[in-house]
Ligand binder design. Structure first.
Ligand SMILES: [Cu+2]
Length: 298
C-alpha cells in the first residue's frame, strides 16, 4: 500500500493503488465490451459498447459522476484527436455515441469513466483500442508550453506536475487579451481536466478545486485543479471549459518532475533536462517509456 499523499481533494476514499487508470479493459469484475474494434475510415461514426458486471450481464445502473453516468474519452494513441463525449444508454445496457475521429486514421484509445451503482462508489476507468483504417499521418507531440490557443481563447498553465504529489495547477482563460470572468458551469465545474501519460496513455485523476455555487469559486479567469501523476515523464493535458454556450478544449504538453528532485534519479529518467533523441539510452526495467522528444525532435 502506498502512503497517503494527503491531497484531501478526493471525491471518495479507497483509491489507494488505483491512481493509474485506463490501462485495463477489465477490472474489479467490470469489463468494457466494444461492439466493434475497428471502423473502415476516419469519419463521424457511431460507436457502441457495453459495460458488463461481475455477473457477466450489461450494467444498466450507474452512479453519476460530474453529472453523467458515463464519460467517454477518445484519443488517438499519439495523443491527437481528443474527444470527451457522453454516450446514451439503452434499456438493454448498450451505450452509443457519435465520434468525429477528426485526427484521421490510426489506433485510438477509448476510455470509459463510470461508477457502477452496485459498486462501492468508486469510479472505474476501463480502456480499449479502436482502429480507424487508413494510412496514419503521425502527429508529433507539441513541445511543453505554458500557453495554448483555442478558438480565439488563450489559456495559460501555472503549476508544476510532480510525481506522487497532488500538484496544484491553475489554468487561466483569456480572450482578446482580457481575462474571462464569466465561464459557464459545465458538468458541475468550471473546467474539466484529463491528463494522459505519453507512452501508455495512463489516464489520471484530476480533481477540480471548488465548484460553481459554493460561494468561493469564481467563474474565471482562473480554474484550479489538483493533479496527481504517478511518475516523471511527459503528459498531455486536456482542459474542457464552457463560455458563451460552447465547450472548447485547450491542450498542453507538460513535463512532470520526479518526486525527489534532489538528483538521486538516474540520468534519463527525470522529466527535465533531457536530451531529445539521446542515443544509447536504454531505459531501466519498468521505465519503458523513451525520453520525450526521442520521436519528435526532428
Ligand atoms: Cu464527461
Amino acid at each position: 500500500m502506498e502512503s497517503g499523499t494527503g491531497h484531501g481533494h478526493d471525491a471518495g476514499a479507497g483509491e489507494t493503488g488505483s491512481a493509474l487508470k485506463g490501462l485495463q479493459v477489465s477490472q474489479d469484475g467490470y469489463t468494457l465490451v466494444p461492439a466493434t474494434t475497428s471502423v473502415p475510415a476516419a469519419k463521424p461514426t457511431t460507436y457502441a459498447f457495453r459495460i458488463t458486471g461481475p455477473d457477466g450481464k450489461p450494467v444498466t445502473d450507474y452512479t453519476p459522476t460530474h453529472d453523467k453516468d458515463l464519460h467517454l474519452i477518445v484519443v488517438r494513441r499519439d495523443l491527437a484527436g481528443f474527444e470527451h463525449v457522453h454516450p446514451t444508454l439503452g434499456a438493454d445496457g448498450a451505450w452509443q455515441v457519435r465520434l468525429s475521429l477528426a485526427a484521421g486514421a490510426g489506433t485510438y484509445r477509448v476510455f470509459a469513466d463510470f461508477a457502477p451503482a452496485a459498486g462501492d462508489g468508486d469510479a472505474l476507468t476501463l480502456g480499449t483500442d479502436l482502429v480507424v483504417a487508413g494510412d496514419q499521418q503521425p502527429t508529433p507531440l507539441p513541445e511543453p508550453a505554458r500557453t495554448t490557443n483555442v478558438d480565439g481563447y488563450t489559456v495559460t498553465l501555472d503549476g508544476q506536475l510532480t510525481a506522487g504529489t497532488s500538484s496544484p495547477l491553475t489554468l487561466t482563460v483569456s480572450k482578446d487579451g482580457r481575462p474571462v470572468t464569466d465561464l459557464q458551469p459545465y458538468l458541475a465545474a468550471y473546467g474539466h481536466l484529463v491528463a494522459l501519460r505519453q507512452g501508455d496513455l495512463a489516464y489520471l485523476h484530476v480533481h477540480p478545486d471548488g465548484a460553481p455555487g459554493d460561494g468561493k469559486t469564481e467563474a474565471g479567469p482562473r480554474i484550479k485543479f489538483y493533479a496527481e501523476v504517478p511518475t516523471a515523464g511527459t503528459y498531455r493535458l486536456y482542459l474542457d471549459f464552457k463560455h458563451e454556450g460552447t465547450v472548447r478544449t485547450a491542450e498542453f504538453t507538460a513535463t512532470a518532475s520526479a518526486a525527489n528532485s534532489g538528483g538521486t534519479e538516474p540520468a534519463g529518467k527525470q522529466g527535465e533536462g533531457h536530451e531529445p533523441g539521446k542515443p544509447g539510452s536504454h531505459g531501466a526495467p519498468g521505465e519503458a517509456a523513451t525520453p520525450e522528444g526521442a520521436d519528435h525532435g526532428h
